[in-house]
Design a protein around this ligand. Structure first.
Ligand code: IMP
Ligand code: MG
Length: 330
């Protein structure tokens, strides 16, 4: 299994990396391993833009795509998405599956979540669905009649005798992880490499772990995140920083090296992709936050060299670090 994790607050370009890796490698499965339809994955496929919330990118390549037991599923959204993909020319038949022990987001969960005010959730029922799962009063996919044709048993899927090669695609990000994020301004699931394992996979299954970050940070939610300064509004404008699920404007800041280092350690990264280098290039300012201070650079190369050196100390060699300036590829 190769795992893709977001190192910041979501929206760093996991969809793009998943798209890239599934072209490069021959996976038998793509697994969504956490979260619900709070996620919004923007994928540019053959020149067309798609936004998916539940369904993993494998479907764009005809690879078996599974929504895992670490996720929560809104059946209405699931069927809407299948329709949207079919309409966009993507064949979904026999390609999309749901683990039978995945928990369901009910209408009541959504109604409750829409009233939420403190965290600034996406209002998609995510938190209440996980609460009921752990409160042992939840509903599983196996008990929803219209999901029957899509159900799989993950144990049979992984250990059924065939060789499996999995791409595990996370949702949200390390900075809003339930344990490692800035609690309570977090989501309700495990956004880490460990979260991928919760879908019936042993630690020894992990091959590469690809981390995705932005060259600056964005966050959407109730806490104050963006510092004073017009440059941050400019970054949001140039970077088109609006949530793909809720349309809310994302707050921005410079990339924080310590957030990144924590994420690299805790997720056991082997590769890192930095997205949106083209955005800072248009802005013409290069800075990061390191040990609580803003550290400015004269040019792009000075900044990418600095970051690359730091990653090397953490065991990630230059050939495993990518600075991406395209929406479609790394
Ligand atoms: P929830 O996951 O809807 O409960 O929202 C909790 C927090 O996570 C809020 O700050 C959301 O804006 C944020 N969030 C949830 N999903 C995503 C995502 O896919 N990308 C970015 N932020 C997210
Ligand atoms: Mg997103």
């Amino acid at each position: 299994m190769d795992v893709i994790v977001d190192l910041q607050y979501g929206d760093c370009g996991k969809g793009k990396v998943a798209h890239y890796l599934s072209h490069k490698n021959s996976y038998t499965h793509v697994l969504r391993y956490n979260g619900g339809c709070n996620a919004g994955h923007t994928i540019f496929h053959k020149g067309k833009k798609f936004i998916t919330h539940h369904i993993p990118v494998g479907v764009f390549f005809g690879v078996k795509s599974i929504i895992g037991s670490g996720c929560v599923l809104d059946p209405d959204q699931f069927f809407r998405e299948i329709k949207m993909l079919e309409k966009g020319g993507i064949r979904t038949k026999g390609k999309i599956f749901v683990a039978k022990n995945t928990h369901i987001i009910t209408k009541e969960h959504i109604t409750e979540d829409r009233k939420e005010k403190k965290i600034g959730t996406t209002g998609r029922g995510n938190g209440p669905a996980y609460r009921d799962k752990y409160g042992r009063v939840g509903l599983r996919a196996e008990h929803v009649a219209r999901l029957k044709p899509y159900l799989v048993d993950l144990h049979e899927e992984w250990y059924g005798g065939k060789n499996v090669k999995i791409l595990a695609e996370g949702a949200q990000g390390f900075g809003i992880d339930i344990d490692w994020g800035d609690y309570p301004y977090v989501t309700s699931s495990h956004c880490t490499t460990a979260g991928a394992l919760l879908n019936g996979l042993p630690a020894s299954a992990v091959r590469n772990v690809w981390g995705v970050a932005k060259i600056y940070e964005t966050y959407v939610g109730k806490k104050k995140f963006q510092p004073a300064g017009n440059v941050f509004n400019e970054i949001a404008d140039v970077g088109e920083e609006y949530g793909s699920t809720t349309g809310r404007r994302r707050q921005t800041n410079w990339m924080n090296m310590q957030t990144l280092e924590r994420a690299i350690h805790i997720n056991g990264l082997t590769h890192v992709v930095f997205s949106k280098v083209d955005v800072l290039r248009k802005i013409g300012e290069w800075a990061i936050i390191d040990k609580g201070r803003v550290h400015r650079f004269n040019n792009e190369k000075a900044m990418t060299d600095f970051v690359t050196k730091r990653l090397k100390i953490l065991g990630i060699s230059k050939s495993h670090v990518f600075f991406s300036e395209s929406k479609e590829t790394i």
